[in-house]
Design a protein around this ligand. Structure first.
Ligand SMILES: Cc1ncc(C[n+]2csc(CCOP(=O)(O)OP(=O)(O)O)c2C)c(N)n1
Ligand SMILES: [Mg+2]
Length: 347
């Protein structure tokens, strides 16, 4: 069975219908630029030897991450992964705190206690990834179950990769969500590679979103380089979940434009594939859309890009002033104490 394939948004009228005004449109662009800027500067910090461990980016996934996060409500929760920097940026994590995180400093969201993208700010409705494959998917389903039990009109958003889709916890999470019609939206960042494994060795169906039907909910495939199309599908799915309509699986198609991490030059990805997807660069694509459909002027664009550049320069400076954590605090904040938990059986 073929799932629905999302339509692109072609006019300002459709954008308004989807709930965005012109300021929102420029905010989306700014968030995408900040996302890419953070990761580009991260590469430089890595080469300068300032980032411990490896370094991961989501180049090519900016539209997908920002589009979904823009559709989330302020009280919704999400579990973004190593390709989803745009989610942190859109939810309001300040760039200097992200650079501090990269460099293991105390002002990073994990206070210098975990590796670079294993981070999240729970004050902004985000839960840090434990691991990728896909450890966070059952956690998000658990959030959705809690929202249901507490009668809260909130939605959980769970991200996972197409490689992670082959593992058992994806099935367990989606099955429970389908059976209980929980308020959760699954977002598969299908970037066509799971480390060096191509999709044809990862799954035997045409679209991963085809699987949704087997769990009793809707699946949709969206072009992950089209930020407005991603936004519209995510908004539909999130509001449907909030209204009691159950889960949706959104498969967002992109290409991972860099290696799995900085140590991997992606020699196994055909060059033509990179060239093909570079022509669909999500930021360039959206920039063209804004100029053609929302009258983004040269001055407006210069002001925006100049502002982002300054924001990132200041952010790096501020992050470098942040100290490394005091070794004596190593075990602080790592485990919750029973008193901090609101689950009755822990009392
Ligand atoms: C159980 C387990 N096996 C292997 C890894 C190492 N690992 C982390 S991400 C990844 C690739 C995942 O591919 P995919 O789900 O497509 O996500 P992508 O990295 O492409 O975004 C691998 C092999 C892991 N974290 N956990
Ligand atoms: Mg992948």
């Amino acid at each position: 069975m073929a799932v629905r394939e999302a339509e692109p948004i072609t006019s300002l009228r459709e954008v308004k219908e989807a709930g965005l005004d012109r300021e929102d449109l420029l905010d989306i662009y700014r968030h995408m630029l900040v996302t890419r800027g953070i990761e580009e500067r991260g590469h430089i910090l890595y080469k300068q030897g300032k980032i411990p461990g490896s370094f991961y980016t989501g180049r090519g996934n900016e539209a997908s991450a920002v589009g979904v996060a823009t559709a989330m409500g302020p009280d919704d929760w999400g579990t973004p992964l190593h390709r989803d920097m745009g989610v942190h940026v859109t939810r309001g994590v300040e760039p200097w705190r992200i650079f501090a995180q990269y460099m293991g400093r105390v002002d990073g969201p994990t206070k210098g206690k975990d590796g670079n993208v294993h981070m999240a700010d729970s004050n902004l409705g985000l839960i840090a990834m434990v691991s990728h494959l896909p450890a966070m998917l059952p956690v998000a389903v658990g959030c959705a179950l809690a929202f249901r039990i507490r009668n809260e009109r909130r939605v959980a958003v769970a991200w996972f990769g197409e490689g992670a889709a082959a593992r058992g916890d994806t099935h367990e999470g989606m099955n429970l969500a389908g059976v209980r019609r929980l308020p959760v939206v699954f977002v598969c960042d299908n970037n066509q590679w799971a480390y060096s494994t191509p999709t044809y060795l990862g799954y035997g169906i045409e679209h991963l979103a085809d699987r949704a039907a087997a769990y009793g909910f809707e699946g949709v495939v969206v072009d992950g380089t089209d930020v407005l199309a991603v936004y519209r599908e995510a908004k539909r799915a999130i509001e449907k979940a909030r209204e009691g309509g159950g889960p949706t699986l959104i498969e967002s198609l992109t290409l991972r434009m860099e290696g799995h991490a900085v140590h991997d030059d992606a020699f196994y990805v055909p060059r033509e594939l990179f060239e093909e997807w570079a022509r669909k660069d999500p930021i360039e694509r959206y920039r063209t859309w804004l100029r053609e459909n929302a009258d983004m002027s040269d001055e407006e664009e210069d002001e925006l890009t100049g502002g982002v550049k300054k924001l990132l320069n200041d952010a790096i400076r501020r992050a470098e002033e942040s100290p490394l954590p005091d070794p004596d605090t190593l075990a602080h904040g790592v485990y919750a104490t029973p008193e901090e938990l609101d689950t009755p059986h822990h009392k």
